[in-house]
Design a protein around this ligand. Structure first.
Ligand code: 9MR
Length: 391
């Protein structure tokens, strides 16, 4: 009898911490945003402005507002969208997202200042037909960065200053190199210039280099290891006192590939951290091949994909949690209904890449990353460091 009472009292005492309003605390009912905050970690999503503004899609808006503490414009802060014709700016959709974030007390990742894709045609065709000279192009880039960063100064926590500047081993030539429009027309010094111009326009935003396939180190040879190439680049930029603050690892994974384990990814984040840089996962999604059986609804083919996807989302999140300089974890869209994947990969078709299904129901991946946030804590998972923007 006495033993029973003691056991009951002990269980009750454990259950009271941290109770709210007489109810035991149930972390599974908390949002990803809230659970991330326990670690000082921002949980973000890319936002499709058309979906956000679609009155027939209230769930989209609600989930963006409630589950996430950070937002990124999936497209509307890209140059072609901001300045579709020369000198005429279209700020509307980008401003709307920044206002939305403010109302919902979210931070904003700025994406993207310098990239070879989604450039306005007036710019690329001007360069192609010789009417825009090299000198003028450099000046246009300076003006673009200055104008955009100044407009959102104080409202953007992290800017992707440079995106995807490094080639891949499957490119020609296969030896890794600076690729694309900007390297071709301005030479690789545009990278240092861009960071300096961005810093001049916003003293506080954290300035990032952002790329895919840099989740883990490989051979260690910058000729074929993209992570190593980016690491060497960052180290050189720092030695030249270029104001780069962080490395954004996009995290576009696929369940058909080998992928990584948590310790491997954490080691890469730590290595960047040891340079004095912060890190972030900026565009996480984990796609799968949609075989005929998957498309026909065969659970035996769907379930392993959902599980593998969840596991990969979790690997990146746990690695981030384990490294204090990893400040945010952003998914590239949260619902399969609005994912870039199906329209980009069709041979074979791919999809199932996000954490909610097409009906906005949370998938295995959602619950898995939620449990990572719940079960992480000291001594191995500590609050994030306070970042200091480099001058
Ligand atoms: O998700 C974006 C998609 O809607 C656009 O059509 C595409 C155009 O290039 O860009 C996608 O976002 C990319 C991001 O800006 C940079 N990293 C890769 C992302 C997926 O392609």
């Amino acid at each position: 009898m006495t033993v029973g009472v003691v056991a009951f009292a002990t269980a009750a005492a454990l259950n009271t911490v941290p109770a709210t309003a007489g109810k035991p605390y149930d972390p599974t009912t908390q949002s990803l945003a809230k659970l991330g905050l326990r670690h000082g970690l921002q949980i973000g999503t890319a936002v499709d402005m058309a979906a956000l503004n679609d009155a027939s899609e209230p769930q989209y808006r609600k989930i963006v507002a409630t589950e996430f503490s950070s937002v990124t414009a999936e497209n509307v802060m890209k140059w072609e969208s901001l300045e579709p014709t020369r000198g005429n700016y279209n700020w509307g959709p980008a401003d709307q997202l920044v206002d939305f974030a403010k109302r919902n007390r979210q931070s904003v990742r700025g994406h993207v200042l310098v990239w070879q894709n989604q450039l306005p045609t007036w710019l690329t065709s001007g360069v192609a037909d010789g009417s825009i000279s090299r000198q003028e192009l450099r000046e246009l880039l300076r003006k673009h960065i200055t104008t955009v960063v100044s407009r959102y100064q104080g409202k953007i926590s992290q800017w992707d200053v440079i995106n995807e500047a490094v080639s891949d081993p499957w490119d020609n030539p296969p030896t890794l190199h600076y690729k694309g429009f900007w390297a071709q027309h301005l030479g690789p010094d545009y990278i240092a210039d861009a960071f300096r111009w961005a810093r001049a326009a916003d003293p506080k935003a954290l300035l990032f280099y952002n790329d895919y396939n840099i989740e883990a180190f490989g051979s260690g040879d910058p000729a074929d290891d993209k992570t190593q190439f980016v690491y060497d680049m960052a180290k050189r930029l720092l030695a030249q006192r270029v104001p780069i603050d962080g490395i954004g690892s996009q995290g576009h994974l696929g369940t058909q590939y080998g992928n990584y384990d948590t310790l491997q990814v954490a080691a890469a984040l730590k290595k960047f951290g040891a340079l004095g840089l912060v890190t972030a996962f900026t565009e996480v999604d984990v796609r799968s091949q949609l075989t005929e059986a998957v498309q026909a609804g065969d659970e035996a083919e769907i379930n392993p994909r959902l599980q593998a996807s969840a596991a990969n989302f979790s690997v990146l999140l746990k690695a981030c949690l384990a490294v204090r300089s990893c400040l945010s974890y952003t998914v590239w869209g949260f619902s399969d209904k609005y994912s870039w994947v199906p329209s980009w990969f069709n041979d074979p078709p791919e999809g199932l890449a996000t954490i909610y299904d097409e009906n906005f129901q949370p998938k295995r991946a959602y619950y898995e990353i939620k449990s990572d946030l719940i079960f992480a804590g000291p001594p191995y998972v500590l609050p994030r460091i306070a970042p200091k923007p480099r001058r």
